[in-house]
Design a protein around this ligand. Structure first.
Ligand code: ADP
Ligand code: MG
Length: 245
């Protein structure tokens, strides 16, 4: 985890806009988003289809740049980084989980989780330990030698989350992570996010249009038509096994 100054949140976004195309055909996907997320928060970003959730997520994850406005991450102005610097920052500090499960079919669960860390020039022993720890956190360590075709959708998604978090990112971004799963598998994935959040303190932003998914977070930011229309703490948060708070 990076050292934080107490004065600035992990994510600081101010008057952010994103326009696709020009002139009359232009689509204003984001129309002035201002948002701050402190290190260690678990936030759901909600809104109907087309409201700009993925566009905002792509900017937060440094896959895309805003048309105007400020984006600071960890106290650093992200809009000033070159594409190469952005890719490097992303590789080291940000993890992604998407709706589709993209495990490599010819690799075991363990090898899938270890793979991204081999690009990070981590020693083999450390890589193995970090991968096993991540699989344990997600409750799928017993599947370490299985191939993706031998797992359920929910199990594969939990392995994919283990892969994303094994390198120890500051920020986990998940876009509709349970969208392709049945209710029970989705619930297990959400519980895994909560456990991960509690044990590591990683900052988590989950994009969803599903209110049940939102209820697992501690705060819900609602988007509509490219603007934030609501931002509030979750009062009756859903917890694994009827747990604390
Ligand atoms: P959500 O994830 O909430 O469904 P998106 O961020 O994907 O919303 O899209 C927001 C708006 O921007 C929509 O009107 C969508 O059609 C438009 N949009 C998204 N990506 C592009 C693109 N690459 N080119 C043109 N328009 C886009
Ligand atoms: Mg989307």
């Amino acid at each position: 985890m990076a050292v934080e100054t107490q004065t600035e949140p992990l994510i600081l976004v101010s008057d952010l806009t994103r326009k696709y195309g020009e002139g009359e055909a232009a689509v204003h996907a984001l129309r002035g988003i201002s948002l701050s997320i402190a290190a260690g928060e678990m936030v759901a970003l909600m809104g109907p289809s087309g409201s700009g959730k993925s566009t905002l997520m792509n900017i937060l994850g440094l896959f895309d740049r805003p048309s105007s406005g400020l984006y600071r991450l960890n106290g650093q102005d992200m809009t000033r980084l070159s594409a190469r610097q952005q890719a490097s920052y992303r590789g080291r500090r940000i993890a992604f989980v998407f709706q589709g499960i993209h495990l490599l079919p010819r690799l075991s669960a363990l090898a899938n989780v270890e793979l991204p860390m081999s690009y990070a020039r981590m020693g083999a022993g450390h890589r193995h330990d970090a991968a096993m720890h991540a699989l344990e956190l997600l409750g799928v360590a017993h599947l370490k030698d299985r191939y993706p075709s031998q797992m359920s959708g929910g199990q594969a998604q939990r392995v994919a989350i283990a892969r994303a978090i094994a390198p120890g990112p500051d920020l986990l971004l998940a876009d509709e992570p349970t969208g392709a799963l049945d209710r029970k598998s989705g619930e297990l994935v959400l519980q895994a996010f909560q456990q991960l959040h509690e044990e590591t303190g990683v900052t988590i932003v989950i994009v969803t249009h599903d209110p049940v998914v939102g209820q697992h977070a501690a705060r819900i930011v609602s988007l509509e038509d490219g603007q934030i229309i609501d931002d509030r703490p979750v009062t009756d948060r859903l917890r694994p096994q009827g747990g604390q708070s």
